[in-house]
Design a protein. Sequence first.
Length: 383
Amino acid sequence: MSRSRAQVMPQTAQTPADAMLHALPHPVLMVSPDGRIADANVAAEQFFEASIPMLRRYMLRDLVPFGSPLLPLIEQVRRSGAAVNEYKVDLATPRNPGERLVDLHVASLPEFDGHVVVMLQERTIADKMDRQLTHRGAARSVIALAAMLAHEIKNPLSGIRGAAQLLEQSAGDDDRSLTRLICDETDRIVKLVDRMEVFADERPVSREAVNIHVVLDHVKRLAQTGFARHIKFVEEYDPSLPPVLANRDQLVQVLLNLVKNAAESIGDGAVEGEIQLTTGFRPGVRLSIPGSKTRVSLPLEICVKDNGPGVPEDLMPHLFDPFVTTKRSGSGLGLALVAKIVGDHGGIIECESQPRRTIFRVLMPIYSGEGYVVDDAPPEQGP
């Protein structure tokens, strides 16, 4: 049974107006004339990673980057009394690193002389939706291409390989190397087509309630016995997370691919290579499940972080597109397949990258025992 809004409402909410403010998914701050935080809602606590009593001790300038346009916007509102908006402002700070783009909405409070209210709307939520739709469109393109390749290419390739084998029987030593080259290259193309056929497989997969931490531990063991034996793993798990409705083998495939990419990014020669595996409950994002009109919340967050050199900036917008790769021998289908599997599970995958800090974040719906949890509140945990 899910907890009601009243059960999770902060104790400080004494009036309907307070309750409404704390129910908003966007951070809201009241700033006093001297620039101090006078009040805030629960979403602001989560955004700035500080409690409301702690926020009240800060000046706003202490919470935003030096020279942030938010500060002159507040002064403009105080002078004119008119509300203003500013879009795609980065509020990243050493306390909250990484790109944190927000839309700013600043308005005066006539009832409180000199006070203003600031609402932050995270751009990442809207961008997640746009990127996920793009990933699904890219996956559909690969599905169509895979179906065509399987039909139009694999049959002629088998004929080419058979002819090369016949020629090899009567060829001399010098020519035999050429026939072997033909066979090897046709085999390589067949393997590539086989990998792409996975995208065209639309058969329903069996799903069950899966403990994501069991899956992560399994993936970590596989990595440590092979490609990531030289890398340190750090785990930060939320043990109270409920299960996800998923196919266990496909989740292993997704996370193993992300961990392998992280290890390859760090490289074999790194002496301080580190991969962090984290989980947490992050309410606020909703998405429709493919083939359904139902919109579910995606509060289950799984992150794979590494301290490698990062993803090239020009590749970031196309990272989950097919045939996009930085590896010399890579096919560029790994992350496209990851995006397809996550999308088929009703989830979102995104990437944030800068030197020595790359994060692949997977947001998934949780499972209540009867299906996906539609509201934002997590199921109550048992004793």
